[in-house]
Write a protein that binds this ligand. Structure first.
Ligand SMILES: [Zn+2]
Length: 281
Protein backbone atom coordinates (compact mmCIF):
# COMPACT_ATOMS: atom_id res chain seq x y z
CA UNK A 1 0.00 0.00 0.00
CA UNK A 2 2.63 2.52 1.12
CA UNK A 3 4.93 2.03 -1.86
CA UNK A 4 2.15 2.69 -4.39
CA UNK A 5 0.92 5.79 -2.55
CA UNK A 6 4.45 7.19 -2.15
CA UNK A 7 4.99 6.87 -5.91
CA UNK A 8 1.81 8.85 -6.68
CA UNK A 9 2.64 11.43 -3.99
CA UNK A 10 6.03 12.10 -5.63
CA UNK A 11 4.40 14.37 -8.19
CA UNK A 12 2.23 17.32 -7.16
CA UNK A 13 0.48 17.57 -10.53
CA UNK A 14 -0.40 13.89 -10.38
CA UNK A 15 -1.84 14.31 -6.87
CA UNK A 16 -4.13 17.05 -8.27
CA UNK A 17 -5.56 14.46 -10.67
CA UNK A 18 -6.88 12.56 -7.61
CA UNK A 19 -8.82 15.52 -6.25
CA UNK A 20 -12.47 14.46 -5.77
CA UNK A 21 -13.47 18.06 -6.49
CA UNK A 22 -12.02 17.62 -9.98
CA UNK A 23 -14.28 14.68 -10.66
CA UNK A 24 -12.19 11.81 -9.33
CA UNK A 25 -14.85 9.85 -7.54
CA UNK A 26 -13.87 6.29 -6.62
CA UNK A 27 -15.02 5.09 -3.14
CA UNK A 28 -11.53 5.66 -1.72
CA UNK A 29 -10.74 8.92 -3.52
CA UNK A 30 -11.44 11.26 -0.60
CA UNK A 31 -9.19 9.32 1.82
CA UNK A 32 -6.56 8.81 -0.87
CA UNK A 33 -6.47 12.48 -1.76
CA UNK A 34 -6.18 13.40 1.93
CA UNK A 35 -3.24 11.01 2.39
CA UNK A 36 -1.53 12.23 -0.78
CA UNK A 37 -1.92 15.87 0.22
CA UNK A 38 -0.52 15.18 3.68
CA UNK A 39 2.46 13.33 2.18
CA UNK A 40 3.17 16.31 -0.08
CA UNK A 41 3.25 18.57 2.97
CA UNK A 42 5.98 17.01 5.07
CA UNK A 43 4.85 18.91 8.17
CA UNK A 44 1.64 16.88 8.25
CA UNK A 45 1.88 13.21 9.12
CA UNK A 46 -0.39 10.53 7.75
CA UNK A 47 -2.52 9.10 10.53
CA UNK A 48 -3.18 5.39 10.90
CA UNK A 49 -6.89 6.22 10.90
CA UNK A 50 -6.60 7.80 7.41
CA UNK A 51 -4.88 4.71 6.03
CA UNK A 52 -7.35 2.37 7.74
CA UNK A 53 -10.33 4.29 6.39
CA UNK A 54 -8.92 4.13 2.90
CA UNK A 55 -8.08 0.43 3.17
CA UNK A 56 -11.63 -0.34 4.25
CA UNK A 57 -12.98 1.31 1.10
CA UNK A 58 -10.83 -0.77 -1.25
CA UNK A 59 -12.13 -3.90 -3.03
CA UNK A 60 -12.14 -7.00 -0.74
CA UNK A 61 -9.20 -8.77 -2.37
CA UNK A 62 -6.95 -5.76 -1.75
CA UNK A 63 -7.62 -5.14 1.91
CA UNK A 64 -6.29 -8.27 3.57
CA UNK A 65 -3.97 -6.56 6.07
CA UNK A 66 -1.22 -9.15 6.34
CA UNK A 67 -1.11 -10.25 2.74
CA UNK A 68 1.76 -8.92 0.61
CA UNK A 69 -0.12 -7.35 -2.30
CA UNK A 70 1.27 -7.00 -5.76
CA UNK A 71 1.98 -3.28 -5.97
CA UNK A 72 1.09 -3.15 -9.67
CA UNK A 73 -2.37 -4.58 -8.94
CA UNK A 74 -2.92 -2.12 -6.11
CA UNK A 75 -1.70 0.84 -8.15
CA UNK A 76 -3.99 -0.20 -10.98
CA UNK A 77 -6.92 -0.11 -8.55
CA UNK A 78 -5.96 3.32 -7.22
CA UNK A 79 -5.79 4.62 -10.80
CA UNK A 80 -9.27 3.27 -11.48
CA UNK A 81 -10.76 6.40 -12.97
CA UNK A 82 -9.85 6.70 -16.62
CA UNK A 83 -8.09 10.00 -16.10
CA UNK A 84 -6.45 11.35 -19.28
CA UNK A 85 -3.31 12.25 -17.29
CA UNK A 86 -2.28 8.64 -16.86
CA UNK A 87 -4.10 6.92 -19.71
CA UNK A 88 -2.17 5.85 -22.81
CA UNK A 89 -3.29 4.12 -26.01
CA UNK A 90 -1.78 1.31 -28.04
CA UNK A 91 -2.58 -0.47 -31.28
CA UNK A 92 -1.67 -4.03 -32.25
CA UNK A 93 -2.03 -4.96 -35.92
CA UNK A 94 -1.74 -8.50 -37.23
CA UNK A 95 -1.34 -9.11 -40.97
CA UNK A 96 -2.30 -12.62 -42.03
CA UNK A 97 0.11 -14.13 -44.57
CA UNK A 98 -2.74 -16.29 -45.95
CA UNK A 99 -5.44 -13.77 -46.84
CA UNK A 100 -3.37 -10.57 -46.38
CA UNK A 101 -6.07 -9.18 -44.11
CA UNK A 102 -5.10 -6.73 -41.34
CA UNK A 103 -6.71 -7.03 -37.94
CA UNK A 104 -6.19 -4.16 -35.49
CA UNK A 105 -6.87 -4.15 -31.77
CA UNK A 106 -6.84 -0.83 -29.95
CA UNK A 107 -6.26 -0.79 -26.21
CA UNK A 108 -5.74 1.66 -23.38
CA UNK A 109 -3.40 1.34 -20.41
CA UNK A 110 -2.87 3.01 -17.06
CA UNK A 111 0.23 0.98 -16.24
CA UNK A 112 2.16 -0.21 -19.26
CA UNK A 113 3.56 -3.74 -18.91
CA UNK A 114 7.02 -4.24 -20.34
CA UNK A 115 8.42 -7.78 -20.65
CA UNK A 116 11.81 -8.43 -19.03
CA UNK A 117 13.48 -11.52 -20.44
CA UNK A 118 15.60 -13.97 -18.61
CA UNK A 119 17.82 -14.52 -21.64
CA UNK A 120 19.02 -10.90 -21.73
CA UNK A 121 22.30 -11.39 -19.90
CA UNK A 122 23.57 -7.99 -20.89
CA UNK A 123 21.82 -5.23 -19.08
CA UNK A 124 19.54 -3.05 -21.19
CA UNK A 125 17.56 0.12 -20.62
CA UNK A 126 13.86 0.76 -20.37
CA UNK A 127 14.14 2.63 -23.69
CA UNK A 128 15.69 -0.47 -25.33
CA UNK A 129 12.87 -2.61 -23.92
CA UNK A 130 10.21 -0.21 -25.26
CA UNK A 131 11.80 -0.16 -28.72
CA UNK A 132 12.10 -3.94 -28.66
CA UNK A 133 8.41 -4.20 -27.83
CA UNK A 134 7.61 -2.09 -30.90
CA UNK A 135 9.62 -4.30 -33.29
CA UNK A 136 7.56 -6.29 -35.80
CA UNK A 137 7.17 -9.92 -34.77
CA UNK A 138 6.66 -12.91 -37.07
CA UNK A 139 4.11 -15.35 -35.77
CA UNK A 140 5.10 -18.77 -37.11
CA UNK A 141 5.60 -22.37 -36.00
CA UNK A 142 3.84 -22.94 -32.67
CA UNK A 143 2.91 -19.25 -32.59
CA UNK A 144 0.92 -19.29 -35.85
CA UNK A 145 -2.03 -16.91 -35.97
CA UNK A 146 -5.69 -17.94 -35.98
CA UNK A 147 -7.14 -15.58 -38.58
CA UNK A 148 -10.89 -14.99 -38.59
CA UNK A 149 -11.09 -15.48 -42.35
CA UNK A 150 -8.76 -18.43 -42.90
CA UNK A 151 -9.74 -22.03 -42.05
CA UNK A 152 -6.33 -22.95 -40.65
CA UNK A 153 -3.77 -21.10 -38.54
CA UNK A 154 -1.43 -18.95 -40.62
CA UNK A 155 1.94 -17.22 -40.42
CA UNK A 156 1.46 -13.52 -39.67
CA UNK A 157 3.31 -10.28 -39.03
CA UNK A 158 2.41 -8.46 -35.83
CA UNK A 159 3.22 -4.86 -35.07
CA UNK A 160 2.67 -2.93 -31.85
CA UNK A 161 2.64 0.85 -31.56
CA UNK A 162 1.82 3.50 -28.98
CA UNK A 163 -0.77 5.89 -30.43
CA UNK A 164 -0.83 8.12 -27.34
CA UNK A 165 1.57 8.44 -24.42
CA UNK A 166 0.24 9.71 -21.10
CA UNK A 167 1.56 12.73 -19.20
CA UNK A 168 2.26 10.48 -16.22
CA UNK A 169 3.55 7.23 -17.58
CA UNK A 170 3.58 4.23 -15.23
CA UNK A 171 5.68 1.39 -16.61
CA UNK A 172 5.74 -2.02 -14.95
CA UNK A 173 8.77 -4.19 -15.65
CA UNK A 174 7.14 -7.62 -15.84
CA UNK A 175 9.62 -9.61 -13.78
CA UNK A 176 7.30 -12.22 -12.39
CA UNK A 177 7.00 -15.15 -14.77
CA UNK A 178 5.52 -18.62 -14.54
CA UNK A 179 7.49 -21.75 -15.35
CA UNK A 180 4.91 -24.15 -16.81
CA UNK A 181 7.21 -27.20 -16.63
CA UNK A 182 8.05 -26.64 -12.95
CA UNK A 183 4.62 -25.22 -12.12
CA UNK A 184 6.18 -22.38 -10.16
CA UNK A 185 6.41 -18.60 -10.35
CA UNK A 186 9.87 -17.06 -10.48
CA UNK A 187 11.42 -13.61 -10.56
CA UNK A 188 13.56 -12.42 -13.48
CA UNK A 189 16.58 -10.62 -12.01
CA UNK A 190 17.86 -9.05 -15.27
CA UNK A 191 18.91 -5.44 -14.54
CA UNK A 192 17.01 -2.81 -16.54
CA UNK A 193 18.52 0.66 -16.37
CA UNK A 194 16.04 3.48 -15.85
CA UNK A 195 17.55 6.76 -17.10
CA UNK A 196 16.50 10.01 -15.39
CA UNK A 197 15.66 11.43 -18.82
CA UNK A 198 14.15 9.34 -21.58
CA UNK A 199 13.29 10.17 -25.18
CA UNK A 200 10.60 8.08 -26.78
CA UNK A 201 8.54 8.78 -29.90
CA UNK A 202 9.77 12.38 -30.02
CA UNK A 203 8.58 13.01 -26.48
CA UNK A 204 10.80 13.67 -23.45
CA UNK A 205 10.16 12.12 -20.07
CA UNK A 206 11.69 12.60 -16.63
CA UNK A 207 11.90 9.83 -14.05
CA UNK A 208 9.92 10.80 -10.93
CA UNK A 209 9.62 7.59 -8.91
CA UNK A 210 10.75 3.97 -8.92
CA UNK A 211 9.05 1.26 -6.88
CA UNK A 212 11.57 -1.51 -6.26
CA UNK A 213 10.84 -5.11 -5.32
CA UNK A 214 13.16 -6.40 -2.62
CA UNK A 215 13.45 -10.17 -2.76
CA UNK A 216 14.73 -13.04 -4.87
CA UNK A 217 11.47 -14.87 -5.46
CA UNK A 218 8.10 -14.05 -7.01
CA UNK A 219 6.10 -15.04 -3.95
CA UNK A 220 7.83 -13.07 -1.26
CA UNK A 221 9.49 -9.73 -0.70
CA UNK A 222 8.85 -6.16 0.10
CA UNK A 223 8.31 -2.95 -1.88
CA UNK A 224 10.04 0.39 -1.37
CA UNK A 225 9.79 3.63 -3.33
CA UNK A 226 12.57 5.91 -4.52
CA UNK A 227 11.31 9.33 -5.57
CA UNK A 228 12.68 12.79 -6.28
CA UNK A 229 11.55 16.36 -5.71
CA UNK A 230 11.94 17.39 -9.36
CA UNK A 231 8.58 19.12 -8.99
CA UNK A 232 10.04 21.79 -6.73
CA UNK A 233 13.69 21.65 -7.70
CA UNK A 234 14.09 21.16 -11.43
CA UNK A 235 17.87 21.52 -11.75
CA UNK A 236 19.31 19.28 -9.05
CA UNK A 237 16.48 17.36 -7.48
CA UNK A 238 17.13 15.31 -4.37
CA UNK A 239 16.21 11.65 -4.29
CA UNK A 240 14.55 10.00 -1.31
CA UNK A 241 13.76 6.44 -0.30
CA UNK A 242 10.44 5.67 1.37
CA UNK A 243 10.39 2.34 3.21
CA UNK A 244 6.96 2.15 4.84
CA UNK A 245 6.95 5.21 7.10
CA UNK A 246 10.70 5.89 7.03
CA UNK A 247 11.84 8.43 4.47
CA UNK A 248 15.52 9.24 4.02
CA UNK A 249 17.66 10.99 1.44
CA UNK A 250 19.43 8.72 -1.02
CA UNK A 251 23.21 8.83 -1.38
CA UNK A 252 24.53 9.54 -4.91
CA UNK A 253 26.18 6.11 -5.22
CA UNK A 254 22.90 4.36 -4.36
CA UNK A 255 21.07 6.54 -6.90
CA UNK A 256 23.58 5.49 -9.58
CA UNK A 257 22.94 1.83 -8.76
CA UNK A 258 19.19 2.42 -8.89
CA UNK A 259 19.37 4.09 -12.30
CA UNK A 260 21.65 1.30 -13.53
CA UNK A 261 18.92 -1.17 -12.67
CA UNK A 262 20.12 -3.10 -9.63
CA UNK A 263 20.48 -1.50 -6.23
CA UNK A 264 21.67 -4.63 -4.47
CA UNK A 265 21.67 -8.31 -5.22
CA UNK A 266 17.95 -8.56 -4.51
CA UNK A 267 16.58 -5.05 -5.07
CA UNK A 268 15.27 -4.44 -8.58
CA UNK A 269 13.19 -1.63 -10.18
CA UNK A 270 9.65 -2.88 -10.70
CA UNK A 271 7.24 0.03 -11.40
CA UNK A 272 8.54 3.31 -12.86
CA UNK A 273 6.81 6.67 -13.05
CA UNK A 274 7.94 8.97 -15.85
CA UNK A 275 6.52 12.46 -16.36
CA UNK A 276 6.25 13.99 -19.82
CA UNK A 277 8.30 17.19 -19.97
CA UNK A 278 8.53 17.98 -23.69
CA UNK A 279 5.54 20.32 -23.60
CA UNK A 280 6.55 22.14 -20.45
CA UNK A 281 10.12 23.17 -21.31
ZN1 LIG B 1 -6.19 -14.94 -43.00
Amino acid sequence: MNAAIQAIAACGDLVKAFNPEQGYSSPWSLCLHQILTRLRDSSLGVSKADVKRMQSSLPDDLKTPNKQQDVEELLSTLLTEDHPSFMGKTEKTTRCAGCRRNSTIEATFKIHGLPVNNDAWQSFSVEDALHRQCEAEYLEGVNKYQCEECPIRQDALQTFIFTSLPRFWFICLNRFNYDREQGTAYKVMTPVSTPEFMEFKEESFRLIAVIVHVGLTANSGHYMTYFNDADCCLQNPKWFLADDKDVKEVKPEILQELLAGLVSINQTPYVLLYKKISNSI
